[in-house]
Design a binder for this molecule. Structure first.
Ligand SMILES: O=P(O)(O)OC[C@H]1O[C@H](O[C@H]2O[C@H](CO)[C@@H](O)[C@H](O)[C@H]2O)[C@H](O)[C@@H](O)[C@@H]1O
Length: 261
């Protein structure tokens, strides 16, 4: 049975091979992938079609579902409302929930001091420009410029932040969409996906994401895995979909293929 789909024939063929494997790991980025990008970061929610497709897939046998996100773990849980049992990596891999015995994030004294310096530096820059704001995160902080309508001005604010953070020992910078982040725990989405692969032992992995930090995730995919880039921009992912709401088609197609095995 084939579905009415806007997926490319190449992606559709890859999904058919993928869905035929007994055990699958499906890893999803949140902002710009499951949820549309919005100006108010606190109001981001899964596109309803994506939420329904995720619930459906999570209930199927042989499928492990994971979010791999830059969001703090608790914010991710609140905004994404993942199905019970979904594995979670937050803060770009620095925080994790892989079961009830997962240890929480504990920063060393040096990391705590670095986090304080990051937040002070970002707050000082944000105070100079209306519209810029700082997100305080357990493993660091982020300066947002989406509310600054002049894109060039927003880029200047990010450039100032890059300069200020460059002299903070222990600050690891993460580029994103109208945001610059700094974390005090060195981790990447690629490391998170490797760990999820070890934990769940799937025959194949799918990872979907839209942003610069997701490229670390695409980089660790292997033959038979599927990388899906959401939207425009350079990528190592082999496949692309135009926008977050297209993700529901990808996930729905996997469910359909598994039902007809
Ligand atoms: O890895 P992700 O799940 O994609 O998270 C990356 C960052 O996403 C958030 O910022 C982005 O989304 C906001 C809401 O749509 C948007 O306003 C902002 O411009 C984007 O950069 C989030 O606020 C960060 O904490 C995440 O690290």
């Amino acid at each position: 049975m084939t579905q009415n789909t806007s997926l490319s024939p190449e992606l559709d063929a890859a999904l058919a091979e993928f869905a035929a494997q007994p055990n699958l790991l499906v890893c999803l980025d949140f902002d710009g992938c499951v949820a549309e990008l919005v100006a108010d970061a606190h109001s981001a929610r899964p596109v309803p079609e994506n939420a329904a497709a995720i619930e459906h897939l999570a209930a199927m046998p042989g499928i492990s579902l994971a979010y791999v996100s830059g969001r703090p773990l608790e914010t991710l849980r609140e905004l994404a409302a993942p199905p019970e049992g979904t594995l979670l990596f937050g803060s770009h891999g620095a925080e994790r929930w892989l079961g009830s015995d997962s240890p929480g994030l504990e920063l060393t004294a040096e990391q705590q001091a670095a986090r304080t310096r990051i937040l002070e530096a970002l707050e000082a820059i944000a105070a100079e420009e209306e519209g810029a704001w700082v997100e305080h995160k357990p493993a660091g902080g982020a300066i947002h410029v989406r509310h600054i309508s002049d894109r060039a001005l927003g880029e200047q604010v990010l450039e100032a932040a890059r300069g200020a953070l460059a002299v903070v020992d222990g600050a690891h910078l993460k580029e994103g969409k109208q945001i610059l982040e700094a974390v005090v725990v060195k981790s990447t989405k690629g490391e998170a996906i490797d760990e999820l692969r070890r934990l769940t032992s799937p025959e194949a992995v799918l990872f979907a994401g839209d942003d610069v930090t997701d490229e670390h995730g695409f980089a660790v995919l292997r033959d038979g895995d599927i990388g899906v880039k959401v939207g425009e921009g350079q990528t190592k992912a082999a496949y692309r979909i135009p926008e977050p709401r297209s993700l529901a088609e990808v996930l729905g197609r996997i469910a359909e293929l598994r039902n007809t095995r």
